[in-house]
Design a protein around this ligand. Structure first.
Ligand code: NI
Length: 227
């Protein structure tokens, strides 16, 4: 499942974050790539674990915790410390699949990447190209979102970032290990959760049928969750 999560950050939060990271030193993006990815990747990146990346990453993790749509869809167990990249002057990232296991530079976080996320930090009108193109079983999807919006997609997907021909595209990207490893199960739980919330608005959260459905949701989650 691909999910667009709007307004993870407000415009003011994006501006603050950009001021912080734009002023920091950037390095060649291949620092974080596997060998195969490194062949396809041309961009710049904030050094992993640098003070600016750590501070900006914390702000994003806080915003994610407060975002009910993200929590319901990702069922996050561990979110990898967010990283930051910038594409300009024709830079791109060719077709690839993200590494299955990710370890942070300090060795403190090691996750299985179930979900990949890109949080856009540049308004789409400020650059040309730079679409995130994701291939899934339903075909090819081009994603270019307003600053502050995020796309969540299965980390198993083939994807690429198209060349940026004007301006610069700055984003945060990271991975999530979910409590529910399988995409199809996670999607089913998400649909059920959304339907329960919508029903609660119509019939009241205390309706016995709704209590029963909510119980079924939790019992499925209990059955499938790995903690
Ligand atoms: Ni990738």
């Amino acid at each position: 499942m691909m999910l667009h999560i709007p307004e993870v950050l407000t415009n003011a939060e994006v501006a603050e974050l950009r001021a912080l990271i734009d002023a920091a030193p950037w390095v060649d993006g291949n620092e974080t790539s596997g060998t195969q990815s490194a062949l396809a990747k041309r961009n710049a990146q904030l050094p992993e674990g640098s003070p600016a990346a750590a501070q900006a990453g914390e702000a994003i993790l806080d915003a994610l915790e407060r975002n009910p749509l993200f929590v319901a869809a990702a069922l996050p167990q561990v979110v990898f410390p967010p990283l930051f990249n910038r594409y300009a002057g024709g830079e791109a990232f060719g077709l690839h699949v993200d590494n299955s296991i990710r370890q942070s530079r300090d060795g403190r976080t090691r996750i299985r990447s179930d979900l990949s996320a890109t949080l856009f930090l540049t308004e789409p009108g400020d650059y040309d190209g730079g679409e995130l193109v994701v291939e899934d079983t339903f075909g090819t999807h081009e994603v270019k979102l307003p600053a502050g919006d995020m796309i969540l997609y299965p980390a198993s997907s083939l994807h690429q970032v198209m060349p940026v021909s004007r301006g610069a595209r700055v984003s945060s990207f990271f991975w999530i290990q979910s409590l529910v490893r399988e995409d199809a199960r996670r999607e089913l739980l998400f649909q059920m959760d959304l339907a329960i919330q919508q029903l609660a608005g119509k019939v009241g959260a205390g309706a016995p049928e709704l209590v029963s459905l909510t119980g079924a949701y939790h019992n499925l989650l209990r059955m499938w969750a790995e903690t």
